[in-house]
Design a protein around this ligand. Structure first.
Ligand code: HEM
Length: 415
């Protein structure tokens, strides 16, 4: 098949939209920019190469199709030395579950297991206790003036939940949380050289921490998931060093996948609550809407706005020619506002029929989705049940990211 070259004016025209997406104003509210992108077609060429997909049906179809692959280790090597894909942090990530393709993915995902009902009930009781404790402290603070609920509550609940579950010493939680914030840049849309360097350093520290932890857990087994993963891998992999390495990559990825994303969900959900007294009233009077409120938060402004895949073969997508190995960036944050999928998509409506890609789709569907939902629903129930009405003091500042949303503060006061 011979391809015509994609017209260069297309790339130039979308370049200014992407520049706006990388400004502070664009990150505070990327949705008008997404609407402009979507108006140009559900697939548009990206100025830096590859394509950007903003239509819901196209994103959904790609996630479920075997024709589209994760950018795995071999793909990253093919991009050449000196590219971001061969930075040490990127090479490390290429060994983790979300960067594997079948058959490796199938094997590693099976070994990871799932959250069964008993585990969820046990974690649920723990999450309830932690949320209670955090809100006790928050209630004390808010009586004396404004307080940052993002730092005091939303950033704390996920690290306590994962820390308890994995059996990580509490003294290490703040450092691990900081390292996940630094590490994320290697997974960003277009990381700068200094962001990549930060990510490389964080990755190296996390490697040392978790390889030591796995070694320690092997000599002191307990009743915890890391011990169970060691037992599972020992049954699959006769080489103990390789088994420990497999467990290390799983624990590393679980921590990275679980902390920021969940903290962002909790902060964004709380923002939706405090920015509108009518909304607070609606949910307080109708606690049955709690699960719908969480799902709508995930649709309206998901923690991860971009998921990437590469083409396993030449094809045409939305009228755009794609070659094997080309990358497509699925702008799920934009796809969630696609009017072809959701009526009046810019309206926050906890009663709407759910439908989002916040947890991805297909074989890489988020392993931790039940846990993230549990934390968000627990926090929301407690917020509306036991807190006095709160109001937003100032709009939050956003971290300078496109793919991984992060509220740097959420300052609230008594209403
Ligand atoms: C609101 C919170 C969360 C969001 C928005 C989220 C989002 C995602 C997304 C988008 C993917 C797929 C990436 C891809 O398709 O390439 C993913 C995969 C994954 N997530 Fe989550 N996640 C969240 C919480 C968690 C938690 C709490 C855990 C662990 C306890 C977790 C563990 C994982 C794992 C292990 C994968 C890899 C699955 C695979 O590749 O087969 N996530 N997550």
């Amino acid at each position: 098949m011979v391809f015509a070259t994609t017209p260069s004016y297309d790339r130039r025209a979308s370049a200014s939209l992407f520049s706006r997406l990388r400004t502070a104003a664009g990150q505070a509210n990327p949705f008008p920019i997404y609407a402009e992108l979507l108006a140009r077609g559900e697939v548009v060429p990206a100025p830096w190469g590859g394509s950007v997909v903003t239509g819901f049906a196209a994103c959904d179809g790609i996630l479920r199709s075997r024709q589209w692959l994760e950018p795995d280790k071999e793909w990253r090597e093919r991009q050449g030395p000196g590219t971001r894909w061969n930075a040490p942090s990127s090479r490390e990530m290429s060994n983790t579950l979300a960067a594997l393709n079948p058959p490796d993915h199938t094997k590693v995902r099976r070994a990871a297991g799932t959250f069964d009902r008993g585990t969820m009930e046990r974690i649920g009781r723990q999450v309830n206790r932690t949320a209670d404790r955090l809100l006790d402290a928050f209630t004390e603070r808010i009586r004396t003036g404004e307080a940052d609920i993002s730092q005091l509550v939303c950033e704390e609940l996920p690290v306590a939940t994962i820390g308890d579950w994995l059996g990580l010493p509490q003294a290490d939680w703040p450092r691990l949380r900081q390292l996940t914030h630094d590490q994320v840049f290697t997974q960003e849309l277009l990381p700068s050289a200094s962001q990549l360097a930060l990510s490389d350093a964080a990755t190296a520290e996390l490697r040392t921490y978790f390889t030591d932890l796995v070694r320690d857990r092997r000599s002191h087994p307990g009743d915890d998931p890391i011990t169970r993963w060691i037992q599972t891998w020992d049954a699959i992999e006769p080489d103990r060093d390789k088994a420990d390495e497999a467990v290390y990559f799983l624990v590393l990825f679980v921590l990275l996948a679980a902390l920021e994303t969940t903290a962002t969900l909790l902060s964004t959900m709380t923002l939706r609550l405090v920015e509108s007294p009518e909304r607070w009233g609606l949910i307080a009077d109708n606690p049955d809407l709690v699960p719908g409120f969480v799902e709508e938060t995930l649709r309206y402004d998901p923690p991860t706005h971009v998921i990437s895949r590469v083409a396993s073969q030449d094809c045409v997508l939305g009228g755009i020619e794609i070659r094997r190995d080309d990358m497509v960036h699925l702008m799920v944050g934009a796809a969630h506002r696609d009017p072809a999928r959701h009526e009046d998509p810019d309206r926050f409506d906890p009663g709407r029929t759910p439908g989002h890609l916040a947890f991805s789709g297909g074989i890489h569907y988020c392993l931790g989705a039940p846990l993230a939902r549990l934390e968000a629903q627990t926090l929301l129930r407690q917020l509306i049940r036991r807190l006095p009405r709160l109001t937003l003091v100032r709009p939050p500042s956003m971290a300078p990211r496109v793919a991984f949303r992060r509220l740097l503060n959420l300052d609230v006061a008594l209403a």
